[in-house]
Design a protein around this ligand. Sequence first.
Ligand code: BEZ
Length: 396
Amino acid sequence: MSRIRIRMSRRSVLKGAAAAAAATSVPTGWAIAQSKPLKVGLMLPYSGTYAKLGENITYAVEMVIAEKGGKLGGREVQIIKLDDESKPELGPQNADRLVKRDQVDVVIGTVHSGVQMGIHKVVKESGTLTIIPNAGNGAVTRELCAPNVYRTSFTNWQPAYGMGLAAGKRGVKKGVWVTWDYAAGAESGEGFKQGLEKHGGQLVDILKLPFPQTNFQPLLAQIPGLGVDVVGAFFAGGGAVQFVKEYAAAGIKVPLCGSGFLTEGTLQAQGAAAEGIETALHYGDGLDNPKNAAFRKAFKEKAGRDVDVYAVQGYDAAQLLAVGLAAVKGNLDDEKNLHKALETAKIDSPRGPMSMSPQHNVVHNIYLRKVTGGENKVVGIAAEQLADPGTGCKMA
Ligand code: BEZ
């Protein structure tokens, strides 16, 4: 069912109800709609290598809703969770289930860039308000951007570009990127390459294996022969834990760095193998702002584990939704004011200053971090208030 058709039928229902209300003084259609719970579909991985990422996003979304007394824009919130298993091939049918069968008002999802493409196909057609709490695939805020789709996380390009800049600035001449063979890996590799090139460095190769495989040995065996000064990597979740451990165990002398996901939410499991690794990300340990301090404490109480970037992104996805719903008093049909509020939202994020780009992606600092004493300590800013280029985006 297209958004237009949904909108038309909703509008005719509202018109009919308004006419009936005038005649009988019963509540109007708008008032009836506002009294219905707001259905929020969480399409996230709750199994597989990205399961913990999906869980942390969920905890953080639930925190915001609880902070708002269980209501957004005056409407009770009903959460519907769907495990997308990080399987791109199931993306469209899972998104369809939420939008058509469960009739959610809003989708918050997902983590995996390939699955996001499936969600995007469905919500672009239906017009369902969608907030991306992690997946970084460039296309959805570049050439395929859509007025109803917002992202509170990053593009894959952003942190890797920051890492490339930092490495290049330090004099790295040759680097290699190691990653999973899907959009997140390729786009982060491109970001790292562009960052290195800014300072005269070069990327000699991208070594890859299929997602979510962890047979890293054949890739690691190639590294000593490449003559590179640095190895950069994109892995996340369970795969990142294993990669970092195997890299250390292989005794490779070339320093390892990466997009911050490589050591994010994984340090306890990686242990000593992660010490000294530099990464770049829009969050890190030791960020000194009141929102971050309060969030870290509250998240630990709720989840029984430490905050990571995924929790921050989930928190900000729900904060953004709360701003939009408040502006229209829960009436999602007031699209003009809804989008005005979302596009200009001032979010008090634990990550520090952030704003929405015209393409609905986040503009924020990319911090340089170094694993020290089991923490991703922020040691500088690799790129200040970095926006994705947003190439090819034309909002309809
Ligand atoms: C992605 O697929 O876009 C992604 C997954 C995990 C961490 C970061 C990015």
